[in-house]
Design a protein around this ligand. Sequence first.
Ligand code: ATP
Ligand code: MG
Length: 388
Amino acid sequence: MDKLILIKYGELTTKKDNRKFFINTLEKNIRTLIGDNIKITKDRVRMYIECENVDEVALKLKKVFGIYGIVVCHKVNNNIEDVLNKSLEIMDSSLKTFKVVTNRADKSYPIRSMEFSRKLGGMILKNTDFKVDVHNPDITLTVEIRNNGTFVYVNEIRGAGGYPVGIQGTGLLMLSGGIDSPVAGYLTLKRGVNIECLYFESPPHTSVEAKNKVLKLASILNEYSGHVKVHVVPFTEIQEEIFKKCPDTYMITIMRRMMYLIADKYSEKIGAKIIVNGESIGQVASQTLSSMECINNVTNKPVIRPVACLDKLEIINIAEKIGTYETSILPFEDCCTIFVPKHPVINPALSKCIEYEKAFDYEKLIDKCIDGIQVITNFEDDDFSDLL
Ligand code: ATP
Ligand code: MG
């Protein structure tokens, strides 16, 4: 079987000290996401995957972070005739122009890169109707001459980029059913952070469909990770207390402070180093800079807001690309959309929050919330198709 997949690591290779850990994590992640039925060999610049269904696996690898290029290639002997024969076999004859790029990683190989490209190009010209176009070719034929073999290919698929999930430890993602937080989760996974999700539900004010929608979103994120969990927080009591005891205008601010307090405490419990959410500057009253300052005040954890500086349309573009948009726009009420005051405060004062919060024993309720958290780790058996 001469057809196999070659993987280019990209950004990973610049991190010298951690390179081995990165590459080993990437290998583990590939096995988690693709399955065990593959043979992986790796060195410091390339990984090779041998398997039955090469083209199918190559497409699946597009969801694995830490990969910059995915190439379905052919392994041949390093004599130029063998390379020529394979090249003629894989160059699409309906196309007109080509160029050859040679990468001579094995420096003991006697022909230098430029010379090899020229020679092979000349042989292709002699044997076919192709013309050379070095600036804008229809086909870029690449030959990598390495110690472990010579690899020939014509197409490279762009990988997902980023770092292998897990190399950065864990982040706790506040995942709602909206558009923004799944995108925030995706972007954080991309930086190598393992994501666990925290979802606040308020039954009976929020429905089981709203929760299933969040689980569906988590299952889509899980396609990029393999280790996503959802921690479901029973938030009803706190919300009802806020509704009963705090002024209308401050309800959202205080509710969000409570969410952050729970996220802060729970992240300690599960060993998450950061809190991640889908806040975007100015999007709603609770996301003005003054609101953020006031809400953020309850935690010392780093709060990462990957979409903070993106426009809604930019966020939607990513949501569409990663496959969460269709689910996010399903119309189920979230706990943020119930109990919504007509005029939420835009410039909340910290002193007022602290004063209003004295009206109920939130510390006790927070502990109760944390004790009542339900952890969902397996989305495989769930069928969310009735949601769509
Ligand atoms: P999204 O921002 O994801 O589109 P949304 O617009 O309903 O959803 P916002 O009101 O903008 O949410 O809240 C800002 C952020 O707070 C969300 O992106 C999410 O990270 C977090 N959040 C809101 N509601 C919840 C919830 N019920 N459970 C967990 N996190 C939530
Ligand atoms: Mg939002």
